[in-house]
Design a protein around this ligand. Structure first.
Ligand SMILES: [Mg+2]
Length: 404
C-alpha cells in the first residue's frame, strides 16, 4: 500500500489538429503528483468524457494510485457489461494516467517500470497518399530523404482508386463518401507495380484496406499483392469477417496485419492462436489501455505475431508516447504507425515533451512517467467538434451505407 491516493479524475478535451483528443488527468493527494492518459475516441468523444467524469471519478477517488492492476480490474468489471469502445477508452485514459503517476512517484520513465528497453528507438512507417502517381512519388521521395524506410501507400483515400471518377448511382441517392470496390481492387496491384518499379525493392511498402472489401475480394487482393512483397496488408477484413483470414492465409504468403477496431479479447484470440495474422495492431485506448496491451503482446509472442499498434491522428500525444514505451519494451515488436502530429505547432503549444522522430525512428525521452506536460490553457483554445467526418459516411455506388 502506498500513500498516494486518487483525489480527482477529469477529462481534457482539445482539438489542436482537427481530431478531437481526450486525455484523462488523475490528481492525487501528493502535491504536484498527477498523471495523463489517452482516452481518445474522436467520433463519440462526449460519451467518453461522461464516462470519465460521471463514473471513473467517483469509482477511483480515494483508491491507491499505485494499485494499477486492481484499479484496472475494478474499472473493467464493475460496469458488468464491458468491452465496448466508450468504456474501454475511459478505462484506458485512467490506466495510462496511473502508469504516468507510478513513473513520476518512482522518478523513472514508464519503459523502465516495464523492465527496460529492448531497443533504443522505434522504427515507424509514414502515410503517403496521392490521387496520381506523380503526387505519390513526391511524398514517398520526401519520406525516403528524411530517413524513413517504411511507407504506407494509398491511392486517393480508403477504398479509392486515384482521381474521383463518375460512379453510376441511382437518382436521389443520399449524400456520402462513395467508392467503388471493384475499381479499387483493380487499382491497388497497379499502385504496387508502379511504386516497386519506381523505388525498387529496398523500401518496405504497406497498404490499408480499411475493411472496405467483401471477404472473397480480400482473398483475391492479398494474392495479387504477394508478388510485390508488402511489409503487410492492413485490415483486409472487418472484425466481423475474422474467420476469413484463414482463407487468405491458405491462399498466399502476404503478411497480414489486423485489429484497430478490436474491443474484445475474443476478437483477436482465434486469429493469433491459429497464426492467421502476422501483426496485431489494436488501438491501445480502444482495448482499455497499456495494461491489457502488454498482456496482448505477451500472448502474441509464442505464436510469432508481432505488434504494430495503431498510430493515427486521432490518438493524443500521450497515446503515441504510450505506444513508443510499449514498442521499446516489447521483444515481439514489429513496426509503429506514425502520423507526425508532433511537427504541428498547434499540437506543440498544447503538449510539451512529445516523442521525437530522428532518421525514421521514434524516441522516448528520459523524464519520469510519459515525460509529457499539457498546457491546459492552450488546450482550451482548441475546442472539440461533434460533427460527423464526411469520409466515414461510406457508401457503395448503389447507395448502400457500408463499413468505413
Ligand atoms: Mg488503419
Amino acid at each position: 500500500m502506498s500513500d498516494i491516493r486518487i483525489t480527482k479524475v477529469s477529462a481534457i478535451e482539445t482539438c489542436p489538429q482537427g481530431s478531437n483528443l481526450i486525455v484523462v488527468r488523475i490528481d492525487t493527494n501528493q502535491p504536484g503528483l498527477y498523471g495523463y492518459g489517452c482516452a481518445t475516441y474522436t467520433q463519440r468523444h462526449k460519451a467518453v468524457v461522461t464516462a470519465i467524469e460521471e463514473y471513473m471519478d467517483q469509482l477511483l477517488q480515494g483508491r491507491d494510485a499505485m494499485d494499477i492492476n486492481d484499479n484496472w480490474s475494478v474499472m473493467m468489471n464493475s460496469s458488468y457489461w464491458r468491452n465496448g469502445p466508450v468504456l474501454n477508452n475511459a478505462i484506458s485514459g485512467c490506466d495510462m494516467a496511473l502508469w504516468d503517476i507510478a513513473g513520476k512517484a518512482l522518478g523513472v520513465p514508464v519503459w523502465q517500470l516495464w523492465g527496460g528497453k529492448v531497443r533504443e528507438a522505434v522504427p515507424v512507417y509514414r502515410h503517403s497518399d496521392g490521387t496520381d502517381f506523380d503526387r505519390l512519388d513526391e511524398v514517398i521521395s520526401r519520406y525516403l530523404e528524411e530517413g524513413y524506410q517504411y511507407i504506407r501507400i494509398q491511392y486517393g483515400g480508403y477504398g479509392r482508386s486515384g482521381k474521383a471518377v463518375f460512379l453510376k448511382t441511382p437518382e436521389g441517392s443520399k449524400e456520402g463518401a462513395y467508392f467503388d470496390p471493384k475499381r479499387y481492387l483493380r487499382s491497388v496491384p497497379a499502385l504496387f507495380e508502379h511504386v516497386r518499379s519506381r523505388f525498387g525493392d529496398e523500401i518496405e511498402l504497406l497498404h490499408d484496406v480499411h475493411e472496405r472489401l467483401n471477404p472473397i475480394d480480400a482473398v483475391w487482393l492479398a494474392r495479387q499483392l504477394e508478388q510485390y512483397r508488402p511489409f503487410f496488408l492492413e485490415d483486409a477484413l472487418s472484425p466481423e469477417d475474422g474467420f476469413w483470414f484463414k482463407k487468405i492465409r491458405e491462399a498466399c504468403a502476404t503478411p497480414l496485419a489486423m485489429g484497430e477496431l478490436f474491443n474484445n479479447p475474443m476478437e483477436w484470440q482465434p486469429l493469433i492462436e491459429n497464426r492467421w495474422i502476422d501483426y496485431i495492431r489494436c488501438h491501445v485506448s480502444q482495448i482499455g489501455g497499456v495494461t491489457p496491451a502488454r498482456k496482448l503482446a505477451a500472448y502474441c509472442e509464442p505464436f510469432g505475431v508481432k505488434t504494430a499498434w495503431h498510430g493515427p491522428g486521432d490518438v493524443s500525444p500521450i497515446g503515441h508516447m504510450a505506444n513508443v514505451h510499449l514498442d521499446l519494451t516489447t521483444t515481439n515488436f514489429g513496426i509503429q504507425e506514425w502520423c507526425g502530429m508532433e511537427q504541428d505547432p498547434r499540437v506543440q503549444e498544447v503538449f510539451q515533451g512529445m516523442s521525437e522522430i530522428h532518421d525514421g525512428f521514434a524516441w522516448a525521452n528520459d523524464k519520469p512517467g510519459w515525460g509529457i506536460e499539457i498546457d491546459l490553457k492552450a488546450a482550451a483554445k482548441y475546442p472539440c467538434d461533434s460533427s460527423q467526418p464526411h469520409w466515414l459516411l461510406a457508401r457503395l455506388p448503389d447507395g448502400t451505407s457500408v463499413k468505413a
